[in-house]
Write a protein that binds this ligand. Structure first.
Ligand code: ASP
Length: 415
């Protein structure tokens, strides 16, 4: 789509801004104009709902196929060994911490309070005891989980499926090839549906702005602030800490070494697209060997998404607060589980996290309409979360290299 005029994200942002302006103007006018009240606003409502339903249609097949492929990407289980296990454990741990930071910020900044969309959609999920949350992630009948769109169960089965395929030799490879094709088709379908996003977002936000007026503005600013503060905190505390403790190196040296990759990620909003620069930075500036970097970094670009997970924590709370729904502690722990596992299936391309947000919202029993709210500001959030995603890969890579006894030092690069 590049080179053919405006980018999709720009169009979505324009749809969002025009929708807000239209809604603010139409809200007060609707009291006097029957045409607006009875036709235009209900029509926009229908357009918005169609867009959301189409998104829902994507969730189950997209999540299932992409997580199977993500899990299978860990490679040959026999050669995986110590480095692989350390890498995956570190990736998962840093992601859990990231989403916990997102949830803490969402609970303290409370970005959705004041939006007051209570009653506009959905009902809160009855809070479950913690043990039940854990028990519930194991599917007794995976087909039933697929039919009922029980996301955590789907993710768990997909992870088992992907990993088990690695033990099934040629037949396993063949079925993963088929899942790769399904995932590709689902991405293509996602792109088709996302083309409608500028209109869907326009309609959704126009209806919301018409109904609720100016009170909806400040919350968007707060979501952006919460995600940016969270990402900076995570990088400064967690990555600096890891580099200091395991690599015995100054965080400044580390951040300077990977800055090109971080900035490229911020600008391109794609972990996969940034990968060549990430690899070059980690090898040249941190001195990690080819053996480790060429395993850890591509895997990270596929399964490690700290920024995306953090963003999902903030956004889940934003949506809950905006719709006046309470998220119990066990529901929030459920979000940690879902977002951590979902990050494995999030593609390293612009906007993938937004699609995965629908999964997190669905599994927390939150209204999917919330995704329409976030979509308008998603480009701004995508930049910083991708930056954190990529920086996180480099931090884990440096730590794994240090654990393997590699000496981390900048190399002079011959051109
Ligand atoms: N754009 C992100 C990435 O490439 C994924 C996301 O949308 O969260 O890492």
């Amino acid at each position: 789509m590049k080179g053919k005029g405006m980018s999709l994200l720009l169009k979505i942002s324009i749809g969002f801004i025009l929708g807000i302006i239209f809604g603010f103007a139409a809200g007060p006018m609707a009291a006097e104009s029957a045409a607006l009240k009875d036709y235009v606003i209900p029509l926009l409502d229908v357009v918005g709902k169609i867009f959301l339903t189409l998104l829902k249609m994507l969730i189950v097949p997209l999540v299932f196929s992409s997580i199977v492929v993500g899990a299978a990407s860990i490679g040959d289980p026999k050669t995986l060994g110590r480095i692989g296990i350390r890498t995956i454990v570190l990736y998962l741990l840093t992601t859990v911490v990231a989403i916990a930071i997102g949830l803490v910020l969402g609970n303290t900044i409370r970005p959705g309070v004041g939006m007051d969309l209570a009653g506009a959609a959905g009902t809160a999920q009855a809070s479950k005891p913690l043990l039940e949350v854990f028990l519930d992630i194991f599917p007794a009948n995976p087909i039933d989980s697929l039919v009922k769109a029980n996301m955590l169960q789907i993710i768990v089965f997909a992870l088992f499926f992907g990993v088990a395929s690695l033990f099934a030799g040629e037949k396993g490879r063949r079925i993963i090839g088929a899942f790769e094709s399904i995932a590709e088709v689902m991405y293509a379908m996602t792109h088709m549906i996302m083309r409608l996003a500028p209109y869907g977002v326009f309609s959704l936000i126009a209806v919301t702005a018409a109904k609720y007026g100016f009170s909806i503005l400040a919350p968007f600013g707060k979501v952006i602030a919460a995600v940016y503060v969270g990402c900076i905190l995570h990088a400064v505390v967690v990555y600096s800490g890891l580099v200091l403790v395991f690599c015995r190196k100054s965080p400044l040296w580390y951040f300077r070494g990977v800055q090109e990759a971080s900035i490229t990620a911020f600008v391109t909003r794609s972990s996969s697209g940034t990968l060549p620069i990430t690899i070059a930075n980690v090898r040249d500036n941190l001195g990690v060997s080819e053996g480790i970097s060429s395993f850890v970094l591509p895997l990270g670009a596929t399964i490690n998404m700290d920024g995306t997970a953090l963003y999902q924590g903030v956004c889940a709370l934003f949506v809950a607060q905006a719709f006046g729904l309470e998220l119990s502690l066990s529901a929030q722990i459920g979000i940690i589980l879902t977002a951590t596992l979902a990050s494995i299936g999030t593609a390293g391309v612009p906007g993938a996290g937004l699609i995965m947000l629908t999964l997190v919202l669905t599994s927390a029993g939150l209204p999917i309409e919330g995704m329409g709210l976030v979509a308008g500001i998603d480009a701004v959030l995508d930049a910083v979360r991708t930056c954190l995603n990529v920086t996180g890969d480099t931090a884990v890579c440096a730590v794994v290299a240090a654990m393997e006894g590699e000496k981390l030092e900048s190399r002079s690069v011959e051109l």
